[in-house]
Design a protein around this ligand. Structure first.
Ligand code: AMP
Ligand code: ZN
Length: 479
């Protein structure tokens, strides 16, 4: 049996994983706020916890793992977007505009994450479907003295929970000094955070004992995880940016509402995808979306490969070089395994070395190294790669379409011959090597890329391949 070890943020140690109930291993991961397309950083937790989910399903059995990832579909950013649309003259109700925005964003999210080969969680609860449970939990916290109502707001009384700050290893006073805590007249203490806030007519709201209003963000996850996984469960995941305050607040709420239970036993946090040393985020504006990359012709599995190339606990950058390497490896694997039939996941045993690497605090980098080493055993390569979400049916379908269209080998689609252009580029390069003037090479290369052709220049020659964005009409001028 494969042993799984995970770095638990709560103890700051790598610990052996023992589920509460091996018949039902339970994992909750904080999902996206659905007001806009997911950026590449948002894909990182999806892929990290997808690997963990696959490993847990292998070790405990497919039907013995419950993975829940929520959609935050009540949020001020969603409201702002709906109000903006209303301001532009849309005559529909605010509720209708909000529902349209969240539904559309959820369908994009599904399409984008499916393209990365991420399995869908077992449950994807929407916050708006659990408002009743949130109201009940808030009422319970008030009754137990951990929360109070003031001016239509309900606040969590942070000083009433002794262990506040344990997850992030800070004292309340340090946190007050370091965090941008909002001082408000309705707060007993600046650290207290909102469980419920009033909504005026222009905002979505639900009736509650404290008037019409809407929940704070943190209570969502406490209420949904309790409903779907119980008061104690195994793993709670999310990005490290959520550790404080979001996860600290989740713990405070859940531990105070259910003092007899332990809430989550293992806290697993992924580090950030960065751009030039800064977290990729919407608010900094330094982001691009998963869809941007897919639309540029970067296959979803290439994105997956790049992400899994770095341990989840380390910050990482997306670079052009990593993309190219991932692309070359996956292309090589696809060619090696193209003629083979994949073995059913149920009837093959992944390589123990691969499982051990994943069990060792999800060492995906090492797992990819082991996959690479299987190149002389293509059937094993295919089956093990598929276990990790590569060379999937979806990718093989895309490859089939591609071959039918461009290689003329299978179907009757048009075939393109790029060899003359490859030769031309190679010749220009040879001339440039003499003259030390590469401008003609660069010009042809960028025109090819612009036409949706992937250009690979190696020591031995030039290889050109059409990508899904290939536009043959743009090549006419180049011949
Ligand atoms: P949000 O919609 O911003 O709450 O983020 C959804 C998920 O993406 C959370 O688990 C975040 O921790 C994670 N996340 C956001 N930005 C990044 C990033 N730059 N790198 C890795 N994970 C991120
Ligand atoms: Zn959460």
């Amino acid at each position: 049996m494969t042993t799984i070890r995970l770095r638990n943020s709560k103890s700051r140690k790598v610990e052996e994983f023992h589920p509460i109930d091996p018949e039902n291993v339970r994992m909750y991961v904080c999902g996206p706020t659905v007001y806009d397309r997911a950026h590449l950083g948002n894909a990182r937790p999806v892929l990290v916890f997808d690997v963990l989910y696959r490993l847990l399903r292998h070790v405990y059995g497919e039907g013995h793992v419950t993975y829940v990832r929520n959609f935050t579909d009540v949020d001020d950013k969603i409201n702002a977007e709906a109000q903006r649309r209303k301001g532009l003259g849309d005559s529909r109700s605010l509720e209708a505009l909000i529902a349209e925005r969240t539904e559309e964003t959820i369908s994009w999210y599904h399409a984008d994450m499916d393209a990365l080969g991420a399995l869908r969680p077992d449950q994807e609860p929407r916050a708006t479907a659990f408002i009743g449970q949130m109201i009940a939990m808030i009422g319970d916290l008030i009754a137990k003295g951990h929360a109070y109502e003031k001016e239509g707001h309900v606040l969590f009384r942070v000083r009433s929970y002794q262990n506040y700050g344990v997850l992030s290893g800070r004292s309340v006073d340090d946190m007050i000094a370091g965090a941008r805590v909002e001082v408000a007249p309705f707060k007993e203490d600046p650290m207290d955070f909102v469980l419920w806030k009033p909504s005026d007519e222009d905002l979505p709201g639900w009736d509650s004992p404290w008037g019409r209003g809407r929940p704070g963000w943190h209570i969502e996850c406490s209420a949904m995880s309790y409903e779907l996984l119980g008061a104690s469960f195994d793993i709670h995941g999310g990005g490290i940016d959520l550790q404080f305050p979001h996860h600290e607040n989740e713990i405070a709420q859940s531990a105070c509402a259910h003092p007899e239970a332990g809430f989550a036993n293992y806290w697993v946090h992924n580090e950030m995808l960065q751009v030039e040393g800064k977290k990729m985020s919407k608010s900094l504006g330094n982001f691009f979306t998963v869809r941007d990359l897919l639309d540029q012709g970067v296959p979803g599995e290439v994105i997956r490969f790049v992400m899994l190339g770095t341990h989840y606990g380390k910050p990482m950058d997306w670079t052009e070089r990593k993309r190219e390497e991932a692309n070359n490896t996956l292309r090589y694997w696809m060619d090696l395994t193209w003629e083979l039939e994949p073995t059913n996941l149920g009837s093959f045993q992944p390589e123990q070395k691969l499982l051990d690497a994943l069990g060792d605090d999800m060492n995906t980098h090492l797992a990819l190294t082991y996959l690479r080493a299987l190149h002389h055993q293509p059937q094993k390569l295919l089956d093990n790669a598929r276990f990790l979400g590569f060379l999937s049916d979806r990718a093989r379908e895309a490859e089939r379409d591609f071959r039918n269209t461009f290689r003329g080998g299978f179907g009757s689609g048009p075939s393109v011959d790029l060899s003359a252009l490859a030769l031309k580029l190679d010749e220009l390069r040879n001339v440039a090597k003499e003259s030390k003037n590469f401008s003609a090479v660069d010009a042809l290369k960028s025109s090819l890329i612009d036409a949706g052709v992937e250009v690979q220049m190696t020591k031995t020659g030039v290889e050109l391949r059409p990508t899904p964005n290939f536009d043959p009409s743009k090549l006419e001028a180049l011949k």
